[in-house]
Ligand binder design. Structure first.
Ligand code: FE
Ligand code: CA
Length: 512
């Protein structure tokens, strides 16, 4: 990290001649404490741009502790860690309306290279973050490496996985949801939320601030650009569109969803165009990384049909019913389905990674009488929506489709098929599910039960917490499952649990 005092002194000394930041307007701002308590972050990398994020929050757990007035925040992007060669700079107005968060779009950058960035508000200078733009097509980029992560219930363990991740050489981090948890659950807590379930904007802001106060999480944000999607716990357990078993009145629930979506926007490196409008926000997106990768980020929460076969109750694992296989049932909603199909027709990368929330492969369970039971919150509750998605991949003859997911708090490697009951059926895509950063996994018996009755599941492990690293090159996609010895130990070691490979032109998972 750049020594902050040196940067500050240098800036002030040169201010009288020509400020490296340009002209600062507005009243001078004085902080009684460090306002960068939540760190810095970057995200949404394109060939020529990246989004820079921070939030001024001298008292993070008290709604930030900022006065109501706006503050001008300067930002700089440099080609070198010492900020001798500035590549882009600007000024953003941080307002109370958005919790004094900063979302700056740095443009005019060069493709496929590392940059460093920092912020200044009055005399307060931020820590330095490192980021990387997307490589350009035809640039001869022959390797792309990213990590994916999900499910980080704060009370259940330490973010040691992020400390390990931050020390690696990665081009990108993809977060697949459950970045915060609204509720306390699980056993042997190592730290506390300290308050109940958030429903207001102020309460969601404080929940994000608590999670983002973690130094290991901050380190992973400061080290790499991130792309992220949400799952359910950013709002409420197992919600579907405007339905929630915890808040039965849809109108009331949409108020909670609006507060939750806004707080998430305020705390993530997202472009100003991603700001929610009331209870609506578009998060599905297409990112290109040169000739190597097309990354499609999906939203299977905001537009999905109500859970089947549970009569408005919690979508748990229940016996099948006719509603589950109704053709019209959707996970993505009609317009996102059309968008997904069109994006598949406009890809350039050797690899197409579909980043979504949960396990896509069928994982039915046998009950005591030998009947099939399905978990209605996942793709098994929406089998025709899953079939349409896989049909799109087949129709467009996608060369190397790889699906990644989270949510299940277990590692999975699977072969996705149009009909999972026919084990000889051709595999359409490989799938990898990362475990959780901290959140408790399923019991061993449920993993054993799933592996026994579902031929699409190649591998499953629910015992370990951790994350996954994906390395793409011209010949293969290699996926490493990285696992903590003990999530309750802040100094736990991280070890490779398993490695799988997808070979270029060959759908499906192979053990490395
Ligand atoms: Fe989760
Ligand atoms: Ca979830």
């Amino acid at each position: 990290m750049m020594p902050r005092r040196r940067f500050l002194a240098g800036s002030l000394a040169s201010a009288a001649v020509a400020s490296p930041f340009g002209i600062v307007r507005g009243a001078p701002v004085i902080f009684d404490a460090d306002p960068y308590t939540l760190g810095v972050a970057s995200g949404c990398p394109r060939e020529d741009s990246v989004i820079l994020w921070t939030r001024l929050a001298p008292r993070p757990l008290e709604e930030g502790g900022m006065p109501p007035s706006p503050v001008e925040v300067e930002w700089q992007v440099a080609e070198d860690e010492g900020f001798a060669r500035i590549a882009a700079k600007g000024v953003v107005r941080a307002t109370a309306e958005l919790a004094h968060s900063v979302h700056a779009e740095a443009k005019g950058l060069r493709p496929g290279r590392v940059y460093w960035y920092r912020f200044r508000a009055g005399p307060a200078v931020s820590p330095v973050g490192r980021t990387r733009t997307a490589p350009a097509a035809g640039n001869g980029n022959n390797r792309f490496r990213f990590a994916f992560a999900s499910c980080q219930q704060y009370e259940q363990g330490y973010y040691t996985a992020y400390r390990d991740m931050a020390a690696r050489d990665l081009d990108l981090v993809v977060h697949l949801g459950d970045y915060i948890y609204e509720k306390s659950w699980g056993t042997r807590h190592v730290r506390q939320h300290g308050v109940g379930i958030p429903t207001t904007l102020a309460e969601f802001r404080n929940r994000y601030a608590l999670y983002k106060s973690d130094a290991d999480l901050q380190a992973a944000h400061a080290a790499f650009p991130w792309l992220s999607i949400w799952d359910d716990h950013e709002v409420a357990d197992d919600y579907a569109n405007d339905r929630s078993y915890t808040t039965r009145d849809p109108e009331q629930f949409l108020k909670i969803r609006a507060a939750a979506y806004q707080a998430r926007y305020e705390h993530m490196p997202l472009p100003p165009s991603a700001r929610p409008v009331g209870p609506d926000a578009t998060i599905y997106a297409h990112y290109r990384f040169g000739d190597m990768l097309d990354l499609l980020l999906l939203d299977d929460r905001q537009y999905r049909s109500a859970p089947a076969c549970v009569k408005g109750g919690r979508p748990t694992t229940v016996a099948d019913c006719e509603e589950r296989t109704e053709e019209a049932r959707t996970m993505l909603g009609a317009s996102q389905e059309r968008w997904f199909d069109a994006r598949l027709g406009d890809r350039r990368g050797r690899w197409t990674v579909v980043a979504q929330q949960t396990l896509m492969a069928e994982a039915k369970r046998k009950d005591a009488e030998g009947g099939d039971r399905f978990w209605m919150d996942g793709w098994d509750g929406y089998p025709n929506a899953r079939r349409r998605l896989l049909d799109s991949i087949m129709t467009h003859k996608v060369r190397n489709p790889v699906v990644i997911g989270g949510d299940r708090h277990a590692f999975f490697a699977t072969d996705l098929k149009r009909d999972f009951s026919r084990s000889r059926e051709a595999t359409i895509a490989a799938e990898f599910v990362g475990t959780s950063i901290t959140s408790e996994g399923p019991g061993e018996s449920s993993i054993r039960n799933a592996l026994a009755g579902n031929p699409g599941l190649v591998y499953a492990n629910g015992e370990k917490r951790g994350y996954a690293v994906v390395e793409l090159d011209a010949r293969s996609c290699t996926v490493d499952f990285e696992a903590l010895d003990d999530v309750k130990d802040a100094r736990s070691a991280v070890r490779r649990l398993a490695t799988f490979v997808v070979e270029d032109g060959v759908a499906g998972v192979k053990a490395a």
